[in-house]
Design a protein around this ligand. Structure first.
Ligand code: AMP
Length: 187
């Protein structure tokens, strides 16, 4: 199943400098949510691609109750994973995150550092930090999350779709917890 990240779609539109991307970029840099109408437009177009026909994993959407309602009008969702993690650890993961501008590999300076400081293991390119992973933008993102996104926990709990997952630990451990929460077995 393809992983559809509205953040990735918006970042791609921003670097391609499409009109939508340019408009979205201002909000993203500040750590604010991009207006629902823009996000919905980019998501709808992606859902129409053929690889999404037999299912998909949404990453970063919905982030508001209005977005969840818009989603429910388009498709029926089977389950919603709510990652639970202490805020201090989340801040650490975000501010220590770096990415390769060429291949997109993600590193964490503390937990998954590159072999050569500041350089991608595969490409040798200089790693970059997402502008919204800077401390100030992270603070804004968390405040926005508490205000606009946490109401979704109740929204989906009431509909019997919520699957809380402990997101502390390594990616492998968290993956196993997700599969357990979904009643799925690794292949
Ligand atoms: P992410 O890569 O999911 O952390 O998203 C990065 C940024 O893209 C967010 O901080 C928002 O500015 C924007 N964004 C991504 N998904 C959404 C969404 N569902 N609604 C509004 N803004 C979004």
């Amino acid at each position: 199943m393809p992983q559809l990240s509205t953040g990735d779609l918006l970042r791609a539109a921003a670097s391609a400098e499409t009109p939508l991307g340019r408009e979205a970029d201002v909000f993203m840099r500040a750590g604010q949510l991009v207006p629902d109408e823009l996000v919905l437009r980019i998501l709808k177009a992606r859902l129409e691609e053929s690889d999404a026909r037999n299912g998909f994993i949404l990453d970063g959407y919905p982030r508001t109750v209005d977005q969840a309602k818009a989603l429910a009008e388009m498709v029926a969702i089977d389950a919603v994973i709510a990652f639970e993690i202490p805020e201090s650890e989340l801040v650490e993961r975000l501010t220590q995150r770096r990415a390769c501008p060429r291949c997109g590999t993600i590193y964490n300076l503390k937990t998954q550092p590159p072999k050569v400081r500041g350089r991608c293991d595969r490409e040798g390119a200089e790693l970059i930090q997402r502008p919204d992973d800077a401390v100030e933008a992270v603070k804004t993102r968390l405040a926005v999350f508490h205000e606009k996104t946490t109401p979704l926990i109740d929204f989906y709990r009431k509909r019997g779709l919520l699957r809380p997952v402990d997101a502390t630990g390594t990616p492998g451990t968290v993956t196993r917890r997700i599969l357990d929460a979904l009643g799925a077995r690794p292949a």
